[in-house]
Design a protein. Structure first.
Ligand code: GLC
Length: 451
């Protein structure tokens, strides 16, 4: 047991190594397209909002399990109003036989939403401009052009890979005569970056938009001069947001800590050997890490002697909400932990067992937060942010960020190890609710300014 929790510990030396390796690999990916390295995808978003953007825009967001359609009013003073509908993506759409079937379903959701929210919109008024948040790696070739690199999380529509997301989606909407024009395609992290900047106003420089949810990733503003893989003359602008796709940081596992549980989980995934950073951190995996550990302890006869057969057998059978709720138990005698274990595993644990599960959940969440801090350190060092800005402003979103107890506290602990106490205080973390919806709308608005 102690050995298991010790294996989850991330030392100061390891944090330094992670941050250094991040700088090294990110720098080389900015210069040259990479197969296995961290992708560092240029987004074609060339400026951050000022807070003064105005107008009505549509936005949609394809996330891990839901498709959200939003109508966003930007008021021009850093405030906004958002109306949204959430559609649960059915299994048969997640595994659609063709891209046509897949985008047709997305288009039908947009059609229903527009009919409901903008019933009087006439096609002679032109098309509504929409920003699409697509939370998967896309190789962008323009603000509203980009080919899908691979699916992550739960979508599995192989023939959509390598195709232009905007073209396929726009074609599906045109087939249904939906009066909507895709003005911009962004990643959810770019959305979080833009939304946080809009809300913070011109006086604050937001360094990072970060998602810690079903998946994990971050986007930041980079000097175009450093993104040398961009073809010459791509833009006149000096800066461009980069979608790091840090879920794929260190796919070759040169510095990331790897336990036998991490290795076993990778084999169970739809995308083995890639997105290795994400598989130690995000909401899709932390519950599974706990399940793997409990299976081993139970298999060795060390815990849960009376466990009903099969309770722990199902891969991904434990949601990350479980370790998260376990970690939230503030009682000294693990009352909540015991109740959760009755619900989830169907057993009445002893106090020792409850204590053990709590310790493991704590270790899993803390390791994830430390690894994220290592990657944040990577972006901070890569951009010389500590020399340039007084505050390191980070906008975050996602279920792990919002609900996993102690996540920020643990990230801060790790940042203190990396930079010392005084510098850690210069980091500001804030939640960006609806970041992808607002961010996509902002992007549609910024693109209108340039058009
Ligand atoms: C996955 C996706 C990435 C997204 C992240 C958070 O890592 O590859 O594009 O930003 O999940 O949703």
């Amino acid at each position: 047991m102690n050995k298991l929790t010790a294996d989850l510990t991330v030392s100061k030396a390891k944090l330094d190594e992670i941050a250094d390796f991040f700088v090294k690999t990110a720098t080389s990916s900015l210069a040259k397209q990479t197969e296995r390295g961290i992708p560092m995808i240029p987004t074609y978003v060339t400026k951050l909002p000022t807070g003064k953007e105005k107008g009505v825009f549509l936005a949609c967001d394809l996330g891990g399990t839901n498709f959200r359609c939003c109508s966003v009013v930007l008021n021009g003073d850093g405030t906004h109003k958002i109306t949204q509908d959430k559609c649960h993506i059915p299994e048969e759409v997640l595994n659609a036989k063709s891209h046509v079937e897949f985008y047709d379903w997305l288009a039908s959701c947009i059609g229903d939403f527009v009919a409901k929210q903008h019933p009087n919109w006439k096609s002679d008024q032109g098309k509504l401009r929409m920003g699409v948040t697509f939370s998967y790696p896309v190789n962008q070739t323009g603000l509203n052009r980009g080919t899908l690199v691979r699916w992550t999380k739960k979508v599995n529509v192989p023939d959509a890979v390598g195709r232009d997301v905007c073209v396929d989606f726009q074609t599906a909407m045109d087939r249904r005569n939906i009066p909507v024009y895709i003005a911009a395609l962004i990643n959810d992290t770019t959305g979080a970056l833009l939304a946080r900047s809009y809300m913070a106003g011109e006086s604050v420089h937001t360094l990072l938009g970060m998602i810690l949810g079903t998946g994990t990733n971050a986007a930041y503003m980079e000097d175009v001069a450093k993104i040398t893989k961009l073809p010459a003359g791509t833009t006149q602008h000096k800066t461009m947001a980069v979608n790091t796709e840090w879920g794929s940081f260190d796919n070759d596992l040169q510095v990331l800590p790897t336990t036998r549980f991490d290795a076993a989980i990778d084999k169970l995934t739809l995308n083995p050997t890639v997105h290795m950073f994400e598989k130690r951190i995000s909401g899709m995996f932390m519950g599974e890490i706990l399940r793997q550990m409990l299976c081993e302890l139970h298999g060795k006869g060390l815990i849960f002697k009376n466990l009903p057969a099969g309770s722990l057998d199902k891969p991904f059978g434990i949601d990350t909400a479980t370790p998260s709720q376990i970690e939230a138990d503030a009682s000294s005698d693990n009352i909540e932990v015991k109740a959760i274990m009755r619900d989830v595993f169907g057993i009445n644990p002893t106090s020792e067992e409850a204590h053990a599960v709590r310790k493991l959940s704590h270790g899993i969440g803390k390791r994830a937060a430390y690894l994220v801090a290592g990657a944040i350190g990577g972006v901070v060092n890569l951009t010389n942010a500590l020399e340039k800005y007084q505050y390191i402003d980070i906008g975050g979103d996602g279920s792990v960020y919002e609900f996993y107890p102690g996540f920020e506290k643990h990230m801060r602990e790790a940042l203190r190890l990396l930079y010392g106490e005084a510098t850690e205080k210069r980091f500001k973390f804030g939640i960006v609710k609806d970041g992808s919806g607002i961010g996509a709308a902002l992007c549609a608005s910024l693109s209108a300014e340039e058009a």
